[in-house]
Write a protein that binds this ligand. Structure first.
Ligand code: SF4
Ligand code: ZN
Ligand code: ZN
Length: 304
């Protein structure tokens, strides 16, 4: 197949747009969407962006494009933060990849571990807490640590590598669980003190295109996957959305488009209140104790 823009060999048939694209025009298309997303976040002079870099394909591509986008913006600082959850045989390889990439891209890199910050690794938590999805623990603790470290670094934005598939899965998962309030919080309507606003530069790029971009740019991406399975529901939704996208190209984009329209009304119904500070760790939270402190309490109780 030939590229619809220049006639060279195509590397991608973008079913949702009906376009065949060569390597050059595919990368241009992806970078245009990423720049548009970054522009929408109204980044100004003197900002410091902390990137959550796991070492996987999404955040590695995010590191690469952010570095390129901000190359000419002299006043923007970029730092990568990698969280070591303590998952033997998996995270070590990812961390090596993250180190390699940040060195290659000349991005400052900070690594923080669950063990140093919470006294437990995910492997230890998995041994203690066999009855609960380990990913919920991992996600809550990681988000807290990322926010705290980004704040400590003086970051004004926290960038993550979430792609279009991740976003569409989360929206659909909240709808299917009937959790409308959480859905309303998915795009925060105001900046909360202590909570670093998010930037998701890849949120309009489908997962298969992120993989293609990473391969074309020969980014060092490990192929190991985490030994703890993802939540069963997300896995099911992922399969369902991929099936729908295959049969009805553009489904994921339409779902997100509908969500952004509905979100305007959701924000009016579920007005975002002021957050408190966790009375134990000081992180922003609803109520007196943050989710992480509550989960760590559970772990301690179960262990004793
Ligand atoms: S798959 Fe689950 S346990 Fe593994 S890194 Fe992701 S959230 Fe953590
Ligand atoms: Zn082309
Ligand atoms: Zn807390």
């Amino acid at each position: 197949m030939r590229c619809d823009r220049c006639g060279r060999d195509a590397v991608l048939f973008q079913r949702y747009s009906g376009m065949h694209l060569c390597s050059k025009h595919f990368k241009e298309d992806a970078e245009r969407k990423i720049r548009r997303k970054i522009r929408k976040s109204r980044i100004g002079k003197g900002e410091k962006i902390a990137l959550a870099l796991s070492g996987g394909k999404d955040s590695s591509v995010a590191a690469y494009v952010l570095k390129n986008v901000f190359r000419d913006w002299k006043d923007i600082d970029l730092i990568a933060i990698t969280i070591d959850e303590g998952i033997e045989g998996y995270r070590d390889e990812m961390i090596d990849g993250a180190k390699l990439l940040t060195k290659k891209l000349h991005i400052d890199h900070r690594i923080e571990s669950f063990e140093d910050n919470f006294d437990y690794t995910i492997d230890e938590i998995a041994c203690i807490k066999r009855d609960l999805g380990i990913c919920s623990f991992c996600g809550v603790l990681r988000r807290k640590l990322l926010n705290a470290v980004a704040r400590e670094e003086g970051a004004t934005l926290l960038a993550t590598g979430h792609n279009l598939d991740d976003e569409a899965q989360t929206v659909l998962m909240n709808i299917l669980r009937g959790d409308v309030e959480r859905l309303a919080r998915f795009v925060p309507s105001k900046v909360q003190p202590g909570l670093i606003p998010r930037l998701k530069p890849l949120s309009e790029i489908p997962e298969n295109e992120v993989i293609l971009y990473a391969n074309l740019e020969k980014l060092p991406i490990p192929h190991e996957s985490c030994p703890y399975v993802h939540e069963a529901m997300r896995r099911d939704i992922r399969g369902m959305l991929n099936d729908l996208e295959e049969r009805h190209p553009g489904t994921k984009h339409s779902l997100m488009g509908a969500f952004y329209k509905i979100n305007e009304s959701l924000k009016e119904k579920y007005v975002q209140g002021e957050l408190n500070r966790c009375e134990r760790c000081g992180e922003p939270c609803i109520g007196n104790l943050c989710q992480s402190c509550k989960l760590l309490d559970k772990i301690k109780r179960e262990k004793d």
